[in-house]
Design a protein around this ligand. Structure first.
Ligand SMILES: Nc1ncnc2c1ncn2[C@@H]1O[C@H](C[S@+](CC[C@H]([NH3+])C(=O)[O-])CC(=O)[O-])[C@@H](O)[C@H]1O
Length: 323
């Protein structure tokens, strides 16, 4: 099985401010390819290769992620696209519209983007990194805001496959997903904007994580951080028991004030909380493309302001700061 996705990226960055990443990235990715591939990876790549080549007549990344219209292809091809895309379920972050196929994902990730976008620096011509990008939904939206290059880092291999499935329909877009965790990023000190949304609470060591985010930014670059928070003052941090809203890998949920203290201790400047929002049942729900349990099953059936474990229900904050 040959995968060329990463070679293209290496060529792309050879003449860019990111060229020093080439000192470590190809070896890490080669090691990953040799030793860490998911049992279904080869099957997924085979399915990816079956996606039909099309000529999208419309590309809209500004208001939604829409590539191609239904009229560009015949009915059979449309069914083929839908059938292949279904093989990559569960689809969590989206939605995507590919030649009239509506991939109705578990999350309305577009609603998160609508909360974030009004507050960030203009992305035009910026080098952008999205740490924990999932299927890459927000990366397409960042490209829609005229970023020069968008790079994602996420170790979940199914999400890489989903990303490549979308990229199949826009192969020359300057957006790339690297299959590595934040802990394996060298200190690049280059990106103009670093996003990390929905990741901090998954990190055992959130202060180290904040340092890792800072090390990817150029001096003066902007961090956009989105995470679960709780109500409270500078002293308030919730550490859940084994599970929070049924998720096993949740560690720290600070209040926004406590998080500001953490960020300032790490050296971020001009830290602002620009949005706080309780996740609605309409934003995270089971669909035809993600048929497992979802938010409503993770909340107390008698009080949706509590998780099933009795903690405060998911409340998410967006913070912006500079290096
Ligand atoms: N070590 C790691 N390094 C980087 N990413 C990781 C790591 N471990 C897990 N992830 C990734 O972090 C993402 C978290 S989801 C946020 C998606 C998007 N940003 C969103 O805002 O919708 C939120 C959630 O589902 O709870 C997943 O894609 C993981 O694979």
């Amino acid at each position: 099985m040959t995968i060329n996705w990463f070679n293209d990226f290496y060529k792309h960055i050879a003449d860019s401010p990111l060229s020093h990443w080439l000192e470590v990235l190809p070896a890490q990715v080669a090691q990953w390819q040799q030793a860490q591939l998911h049992g279904d990876f080869a099957k997924w790549v085979k399915l990816l290769n079956k996606l039909p080549d099309t000529k999208p007549s419309i590309i809209n990344l500004k208001d939604r992620v829409e590539i191609g219209s239904q009229n560009d292809i015949d009915e059979y091809t449309q069914r083929q696209i839908a059938g292949l895309m279904k093989q990559f379920m569960p689809w969590r972050k989206g939605p995507f519209h590919i030649h009239g196929v509506h991939i109705d994902t578990e999350w309305r990730s577009d609603w998160k983007w609508d909360r974030v976008k009004p507050h960030i620096a203009d992305l035009t011509d910026r080098y952008v990194l999205d740490i924990g990008c999932g299927s890459g939904y927000h990366m397409w939206r960042m490209l829609g805001e005229n970023a020069k290059m968008v790079v994602g880092a996420d170790p979940t291999q199914l999400f890489l496959i989903q990303f490549q499935a979308i990229k199949h329909f826009l192969p020359h877009a300057n957006v790339h997903l690297m299959p590595i965790g934040v802990e394996h990023l060298p200190e690049l000190n280059t990106f103009d904007t670093v996003f990390s949304m929905g990741v901090l609470y998954h990190r055992k060591s959130p202060i180290d994580f904040l340092y890792q985010l800072k090390q990817q930014l150029r001096p003066g670059g902007e961090l956009v951080l989105e995470t679960l928070v709780v109500e409270g003052d500078e002293q308030t941090v919730l550490m859940a028991g084994e599970r929070y809203a049924q998720m096993r890998n949740v560690w720290y949920l600070p209040s926004t004030d406590a998080l500001k203290v953490w960020m300032s201790r790490v050296g971020f400047k001009n830290i602002r909380v620009v949005d706080v929002d309780q996740t609605r049942l309409e934003e995270q729900r089971a669909t035809e493309w993600m048929t497992n349990q979802s938010l409503k099953d993770f909340l107390d059936p008698n009080d949706i302001n509590k998780t099933i474990e009795g903690y405060p229900a998911p409340l998410r904050a967006v913070l912006i700061a500079e290096k």
